[in-house]
Design a protein around this ligand. Structure first.
Ligand code: HPA
Length: 292
């Protein structure tokens, strides 16, 4: 049943999570990949959260080497849906991840190319961002100061880059960029010509709507975060006018390849956080205390 939200006690434990975006939206992730190592354990899981009923989650297991079973929680379209603000959707998703004990989060999505070297279907694993969204107070209320020195987990990013490169080599169908700056806008519309020109001058390579607040929320729950983004359109004023047919074709054709890259990265991802990401969450000093 997808209507009645389950109480928080029913949130399953999982150390890994995948935030699906437009890259995999047109497929059922992970079932459609028909990977024998994958077993879907539960789907259509909606939970009560302090921020309203969550989006639907799926839980699957992925068997890896030596009989190891990894548990993965996944959600579609960054948890976003009509009638729920983007801020609430993100809080619901990350609150559920926090309860589940998620340690590593892989995200994916379609983005616009701001850098004129980027082609449609190129894959980018950004290592930084510029947050131009106007969302405020998108946190879970924890007493932390998030340090955004290394917003993306370099180990997790390496697994995405490796998986995307392996896929690209096998199919000779795309390029993979292991660094780049993701500019975050609110949408839901894309940007104007002047806005894209401004983003380029600011140093953006790609433009999308989701990396923030997700990087902040991942930091707040002490989880590692990395994202794999597919260029689905040129930013306005870059290269040439993009057309909706290209966008649509990428939407339908790339869902399985992107899904395979994610699964491949998950296979090689464990719980170990020797990367140091959790150390970039500091206690806030701004706690209200009565004066003596
Ligand atoms: N801008 C913002 N978000 C996007 C774009 C874009 O051009 N393409 C896909 N998501």
């Amino acid at each position: 049943m997808s209507d009645a939200p389950l109480p928080p006690e029913r949130i399953p434990r999982a150390s890994l999570a995948v935030i699906g975006g437009s890259g995999t939206f047109s497929s059922r992730f992970p079932e459609d990949l028909e990977d024998p190592a994958v077993r879907v354990l539960a789907k259509n899981l909606r939970f009560d959260t302090p921020y309203g009923p969550s989006p639907l989650f799926k839980l699957f297991s992925l068997s890896a080497a030596a009989g190891e079973e990894k548990l993965v929680l996944t959600v579609k379209m960054h948890g976003r849906r009509f009638g729920v603000t983007a801020a609430d959707a993100s809080r619901q998703v990350f609150w559920v991840f926090q309860q589940a004990g998620v340690k590593k989060i892989l995200a994916e999505g379609g983005v616009g190319g701001a850098n004129h070297l980027l082609e449609l279907r190129d894959m980018v694993v950004p290592d930084d961002y510029i947050d131009l969204s106007l969302r405020r107070d998108v946190d879970l209320g924890g007493p932390y100061l998030g340090v955004m020195r290394r917003p993306v987990c370099s180990q997790l990013a390496q697994e995405l880059i490796r998986a995307a490169n392996a896929h690209a080599r096998r199919h000779q169908d795309r390029r993979v960029f292991g660094r780049g700056v993701y500019a975050v806008t609110d949408g839901r519309h894309f940007e104007s010509v002047a806005e894209v020109a401004m983003l380029r001058r600011l140093g953006a390579d790609i433009v999308g709507m989701t990396m923030c607040p997700e990087v902040y929320l991942a930091r707040e729950i002490g989880a590692c975060y990395a994202g794999l983004y597919i260029v689905v359109n040129y930013g306005e004023g870059v290269i040439r006018e993009w057309n909706h047919a290209d966008l649509e074709q990428i939407f339908y054709e790339e869902a399985r390849p992107v899904g395979r890259m994610l699964l491949e990265a998950l296979r090689r991802t464990g719980e170990d956080q020797g990367c140091g990401c959790p150390d970039l969450r500091k206690p806030t000093l701004l706690v209200e205390r009565p004066e003596e």
